[in-house]
Structure formats: structure tokens, C-alpha cells
Ligand binder design. Structure first.
Ligand SMILES: C[S@@+](CC[C@H](N)C(=O)[O-])C[C@H]1O[C@@H](n2cnc3c(N)ncnc32)[C@H](O)[C@@H]1O
Length: 164
């Protein structure tokens, strides 16, 4: 299932406009960034992937995700904004089976990674403990760039333990 606005980011909240990464690097965001029309995405998947396994869901997450049903065993969330990430978790987390991995492409962004450690928020949303996030702050050790090993990729594992 491929979910996106296909018209780029929504307007970021004030505290989502700039993310500060470990080491002092920053990422800034604005409405419409990363916009790519659905037809272009489909053409690329036709060229390099297998479109027969894809189902496309176009629209803002708060409108499209509430009706999406699992069960899922793996997810890849690359949505940049922490508000968008929270919307994805809010609607989709319960659709993942125990033991699922939910990969996220903003591992070095502590604003995003810390959502996966927020016990209070997970308790309110799902009556369970936060899963934590492997690779928070550094990313999984997949790439070697200028004397550091890391990547943008990390993951949360839905443990199904610690039901509150
Ligand atoms: C960095 S791009 C990644 C796109 C794609 N996953 C990839 O790997 O090429 C971030 C994507 O998140 C989408 N996005 C972020 N927040 C969204 C929201 N609230 N609703 C729908 N799409 C959103 C944007 O449209 C954009 O395509």
C-alpha cells in the first residue's frame, strides 16, 4: 500500500519547520516539498519495481489513513514531519501484528525518533508501552560517510509486550 498526498508536504507547524540533528545540522521544511505526481511515481515503479503488488492511496494522511486496515507486518514511513509521523502511527500502529517492524527514514531526527519513546502518548493512544526505536539519533549502521557510520533509517519493533 503506497500512501502519499502526491503533492508534497502539508504546511508544517511552527515547530516542524526546522529539525535540528545531532551534530548541529538542520533540515528545513515547507509546504509542497518533495511533490511528485502519482503518474510519475507509477511510471518509476513500472520501470524499476513490480506495480502489481502496489495499491495507491492518494490524499492527506488524516483523511486517508483512518480507513486503512491491516494486518501488516512491515511498514516504511518516510514523511519528514513529526506531525505527519504521529498521524501515521495514530492510525496505523494498531494494524501492525506483534513482531512487525516499522521502519522510519528520519532516524537522526530526534524530534521524530522520540515519538517512539513517548510512553504517555502510546498509553493514551493504544494502552501500551512505547516500542522504542533502533537507530535513534544515528540511524542503522548501513553507510560510511565522512568517518561516521550511520544512515537515515531506523525502526521500531512492535513487541506486543508491556500492555498497560
Ligand atoms: C521525503 S518524501 C518521501 C517520498 C517517498 N516515500 C520516497 O521515499 O521517495 C516525504 C513524503 O511525505 C509525504 N507527506 C508528508 N506528510 C504528509 C501528509 N500529512 N499527508 C500525505 N502525504 C504526506 C509528502 O507528500 C512526500 O512525498
Amino acid at each position: 500500500m503506497v500512501c502519499d498526498s502526491f503533492s508534497g508536504l502539508p504546511e508544517p507547524n511552527e515547530d516542524d519547520k526546522i529539525h535540528i540533528l545531532p551534530g548541529g545540522k538542520t533540515s528545513s521544511y515547507s509546504r509542497g516539498m518533495f511533490s511528485c505526481p502519482l503518474d510519475t511515481v507509477k511510471n518509476n515503479i513500472q520501470k524499476y519495481g513490480d506495480i502489481s503488488v502496489c495499491e495507491f492511496v492518494q490524499g492527506w494522511f488524516q483523511d486517508t489513513l483512518p480507513s486503512i486496515k491491516g494486518p501488516f507486518i512491515m511498514g516504511f514511513i518516510d514523511v519528514d514531519l513529526k506531525e505527519s509521523l504521529k498521524t501515521c502511527i495514530e492510525y496505523l500502529y494498531k494494524e501492525f501484528s506483534e513482531g512487525s517492524r516499522i521502519y522510519c527514514h528520519e532516524a537522526p531526527h530526534l524530534e521524530n525518533a522520540k515519538i517512539f519513546f513517548d510512553n504517555h502518548w502510546f498509553n493514551v493512544q493504544f494502552k501500551e508501552e512505547a516500542p522504542g526505536f533502533y537507530g535513534a539519533g544515528t540511524g542503522l549502521p548501513l553507510l560510511h560517510v565522512s568517518n561516521t557510520i550511520g544512515s537515515a533509517l531506523g525502526y521500531a519493533e512492535k513487541r506486543g509486550r508491556g500492555k498497560l
